[in-house]
Design a protein around this ligand. Structure first.
Ligand SMILES: Cc1cc2nc3c(=O)[nH]c(=O)nc-3n(C[C@H](O)[C@H](O)[C@H](O)COP(=O)(O)OP(=O)(O)OC[C@H]3O[C@@H](n4cnc5c(N)ncnc54)[C@H](O)[C@@H]3O)c2cc1C
Length: 331
């Protein structure tokens, strides 16, 4: 079966997706869905349909899926918890793959923890505290999955996932399974890694852990949870957390300036576009009050960034990843 971009627009692309779907289903044994709205898979509650949608809990199926989709020239979106994504209202003209790889395994000597990419971070941390296992308590209450946290080098309270990682299993765009123990492969930087650029999918991640006192771990986690409760929107509010990255330190070893501090000084907390609004308690958090569109969020973020640029001559860089076609950009 021929696949790849047939160069024909409009209705011919629809036929093309049908043949990609058939080939992907034959290769993987999965049942794929068509035109699945992504808003239900993002914490912002925004996003049009993915042309193709697959869910897998198996690393080897993930390998087949990724290599076949790559061979078909399909764009691939790996979905974790969807807590750091803004998906276009027009959707995603490719295949969204929901990585639901689960499982948590502690090494015999208790110093390595291997976790499936689809495991939710916050639940994992609670489980580790209950078992007296220390190392990831900095991430208490962090939304999203292990795969997303590693791919985006998520961090909080002075620590990042890149600092705790000691190895990982990834599937490459060619469908090869790699055991990565040289962490330079990940190219970790502030809130980013090379995972997306390498078109790879994290299937498991291994972290350095240690036996620790349960009540000490509980105290530390509770402090982080309190901090999040005070500064972040409640769980039922639709948001992707901080919209912009904090600024590079002005000198080596210095602290980052919080983007929220600059946004506060330009009155961002008062700003909104349609149902997209800045959270009243945090100038760097955009929320969806009810029916915000991606276009609303982009316009609001653009206005926020423009105010900061005008007052401080500083360009803010989004931390939230935009997926799909930007409004008005055409094919
Ligand atoms: C209330 C709130 C508070 C937050 N606080 C913080 C914070 O303190 N610190 C922080 O860093 N972030 C924070 N975030 C942002 C978000 O929670 C993190 O970035 C999180 O790690 C994203 O994980 P996810 O599984 O939801 O990833 P997704 O949003 O699903 O995906 C994010 C990126 O990772 C990629 N990805 C996901 N899974 C995989 C995989 N298995 N393999 C390869 N690539 C993958 C996706 O393709 C995408 O590019 C917050 C978000 C919210 C809503």
């Amino acid at each position: 079966m021929l696949c790849g971009d047939n160069g024909l627009p409009g209705r011919f692309l629809i036929l093309d997706f049908a043949s990609h779907k058939k080939l992907l289903e034959e290769t993987t044994g999965l049942t794929l869905e068509r035109d699945v709205p992504l808003r239900g898979f993002t914490s912002l509650g925004i996003g049009g349909p993915a042309a193709l949608f697959a869910v897998t809990d198996s690393p080897s199926t993930m390998g087949k899926l990724i290599s076949t989709a790559t061979g078909c020239g399909l764009e691939i979106l790996v979905l974790g918890g969807g807590t750091n994504l803004l998906v276009s209202d027009e959707g995603f003209e490719g295949i969204a793959v929901h990585a639901r790889i689960l499982g948590v395994e502690l090494s015999e000597d208790g110093d390595r923890l291997t976790v499936g990419a689809g495991v939710p971070v916050a639940g994992l941390v609670e489980d580790l505290i209950a078992r007296g296992i220390g190392g990831l308590e900095f991430a208490a209450g962090l939304p999203g999955t292990i795969g997303g946290a590693v791919a985006g080098n998520a961090g909080c309270f002075g620590c990042t996932f890149g600092q705790k990682l000691v190895g990982a299993t990834v599937v490459t765009g060619k469908g090869e399974v790699l055991e990565v123990d040289d962490l330079s492969w990940f190219g970790f930087e502030y809130r980013r890694s090379s995972v997306s650029a390498r078109q790879a999918v994290v299937t498991t991640a291994t972290f350095a852990v240690r036996p620790d006192d349960r009540s000490r771990l509980r105290r530390e986690a509770d402090e982080h949870l309190r901090n999040r409760r005070d500064r972040h929107p409640a769980k039922e509010i639709m948001t992707a957390g901080s919209y912009f990255k904090n600024l590079e330190p002005s000198e080596p070893g210095g602290h980052r300036t919080a983007a929220g501090a600059l946004l506060d000084q330009v009155g961002a907390r008062e700003m909104s576009v349609g149902d997209a609004a800045v959270f009243e308690r945090h100038a760097n958090i955009v929320i969806n009050r009810k029916n915000a569109t991606a276009e609303n969020v982009l316009e609001l973020a653009g206005r926020m960034a423009a105010k900061v640029k005008k007052k401080f001559d500083i360009e803010l860089e989004p931390e939230v990843r935009f997926v799909g076609r930007r409004p008005g950009m055409g094919f």
